[in-house]
Structures are given as C-alpha cells and as structure tokens.
Design a protein around this ligand. Sequence first.
Ligand SMILES: [Zn+2]
Length: 169
Amino acid sequence: MTFTLDGIDGHEGRAIAVLHDGVEAPGPWQDYTLDRRTDHMPVAHHLIAGCSCDWRGTETFPTRAEALARQEWETDHAQPLLGLTVPAELAATIDVLARALHELRGTQPLVAVELAGRIHRLGGGHGPAAMTAARKAGSTWAEVGTAFGMSEQQVQSWYACERGLIQSA
Ligand SMILES: [Zn+2]
C-alpha cells in the first residue's frame, strides 16, 4: 500500500522494511514478515517511512506499524510540501532559540534581550510581507491569523500597524 495526499504530485509514500543488516528491502514490507515471507526470505527488523522522491523518515517503527510510518510521511514530508505546517527542521530551530533565550535570561540577561530583539525584528520585517504574499495566494485573514497565532481582527491591526511603520520609516 502506498500513501498519497491530494494536492501533491510525484510523492508516493510507503512503509519500507529494513533488514537486520540495515539494508532497505525492495518491494512491499509485508513480504518480510514471518507469515508472508516465502522460503529463505529475510525478516524485517523494523519499518521506516519513505517516499518515491527518495525522502526517508528519521524514526524507526515496529515491523507492522505501517500506520505510524504513514503518519510520519504525512506530517514531516507531505504536509510541509503542501505548505500546511512549518517543516520539522525549522520547528526544531525555533525550539533551540527558545531554549537559548530561557538559559540566557538567567546567565546573561542583556544578551537575552539582544537575542529577543533580533527575533522580534525578524518577525516584524518578514511577517507583513509574508502576509501580503499569503493574501495574494488566496488565504483569508482568518487563516493568516490562525497561522500567526492571532485572531483575525488582531492580525489585521498588527499588519496595518507594521505596514505603517515600514512605510513611514
Ligand atoms: Zn516525496
């Protein structure tokens, strides 16, 4: 069974059987299970998620957990391609920044202030332009607000305010 998601072409996900020596087995993972394999066929050690574009997931799953492989393919690969979520690597980068800010607050507060300022300017600099682009691409203000973590009304005021600052600068 392969996994597909409406709206993305050229990406067909599947669970891949990985053998005890770490080699990816060709063909359906079910061929490497105890009950389905034919004589002398090896048995899978675990499953990973893969895609026809050669993307591979980072997690390992029990031999029959195809549903988990599908989930990883969807959340870490297919949905970011659709533009629905922030890719996992970027989310991890934000976590690193958040941890650094938390630590610096205790050890070097002024450096924490500088870092917070830089992050703030980054959002203020790129946020409004990203919102303009999202609106042009057909997103509603409600969708833009949800993505930004604000209500529709809040995000529109924030946008107007930031735009005003940029234009008068
Ligand atoms: Zn793919």
